[in-house]
Design a protein around this ligand. Structure first.
Ligand code: UTP
Length: 297
């Protein structure tokens, strides 16, 4: 069944405190992963899944985001003059990629609050939410699968990843029931960052969602939760607890390649993983990396 969804919402208004001081004057979504800002991978993923209408929820320092998806006349003219068509193509690619809209969150009151700000733009139709913290390899089209499931089940869909038990307190964690599809589970409960040893499963929510618009009504009444923030997970827990509100919540269990750029160590790993696979960098990086690691204790 084909999806009729056209809109993607990308919250990019968090304070990015784990990356200070790099994020003092720019959003963490603009941090480069090899040679592209994280947000560009995410917009490319949305477009590849057929979603060209992109709403970014921005905070302070939004100009870097806007500039990245806009023309830069002086740079283009210089590259043109030099005959550097390869780099010119790269510069223009992000400009022409999607129809990008911007909306300020105001105070960064949490991911749930950022998503709620999209209500007017989205209207009364299902939509996707993509977080810049999680990069999904383009060879493993998770979002396309989620859109397909949404069209079939007419529910809200989240993406789940099996994590080590010791990591569960970093994520929203799901309680699930199997369905007739091998990669699909029905969500019966969700808890944000459970205390160590109390997690109901090892299935963690990662940053891709396809949501029914009823989530906005729930978010309107969702009170601050973990960390004093309005949590999207809490609103989804309400949708999951009563199928009659909006068809319940299903989880697609993702087993493909995902690169976590949310904290410093994982960010460094993501860059290395992606760079070794690149045709232009991998052949030189791989032998150097081997030699470097041999030299470590
Ligand atoms: P995070 O909690 O990972 O982002 O939110 P953060 O708060 O910026 O990170 P640290 O912990 O301070 O380093 C997940 C996603 O939700 C967005 C963030 O930009 C990120 O993409 N977000 C979070 C908002 O847009 N608004 C918020 O109020 C909170």
């Amino acid at each position: 069944m084909a999806s009729l969804i056209t809109k993607a919402v990308i919250p990019a208004a968090g304070l990015g405190t784990r990356f200070l001081p790099a994020t003092k004057a720019m959003p963490k979504e603009m941090l480069p992963v090899v040679d592209k800002p994280a947000i560009q991978y995410v917009v490319e993923e949305a477009v590849a899944a057929g979603l060209r209408d992109v709403l970014m929820i921005t905070g302070r320092n939004k100009s870097a985001l806007e500039n990245h998806f806009d023309r830069v006349g002086e740079l283009e003219a210089t590259l043109l003059q030099k005959g550097d068509s390869d780099r010119l193509r790269k510069v223009n690619f992000s400009t022409d990629l999607a129809e990008v809209h911007y909306l300020r969150q105001g105070d960064p009151l949490g991911l749930g609050h950022a998503v709620l700000r999209a209500r007017m733009h989205v209207g009364n139709e299902p939509f996707a939410v993509l977080l810049g913290d999680d990069l999904i390899d383009e060879r493993d089209p998770l979002l396309t699968r989620m859109l397909q499931v949404q069209a079939e089940r007419n529910a809200s869909i989240i993406a789940l990843l099996e994590v080590e038990p010791a990591m569960a307190n970093h994520y929203g964690i799901a309680t699930v029931e199997p369905t007739d599809a091998e990669d699909l589970v029905r969500i019966t409960g969700l808890v944000e960052k459970p205390a160590e040893g109390t997690q109901p499963s090892n299935l963690a929510i990662i940053g891709r969602y396809v949501l029914r618009p009823e989530v906005f009504d729930v978010l309107e009444r969702t009170r601050p939760g973990k960390g004093g923030e309005i949590q999207l997970t809490d609103a989804l827990q309400e949708l999951a607890s009563d199928d009659s509100i909006a068809g319940g919540v299903y989880g697609v269990v993702f087993r493909g390649r995902r690169y976590d750029t949310g904290d410093r160590l994982d960010y460094i790993k993501a860059i290395v993983q992606l760079a070794v696979e690149r045709e232009d960098l991998g052949p030189d990086l791989r032998p150097w990396l081997k030699e470097f690691s041999d030299g470590l204790d």
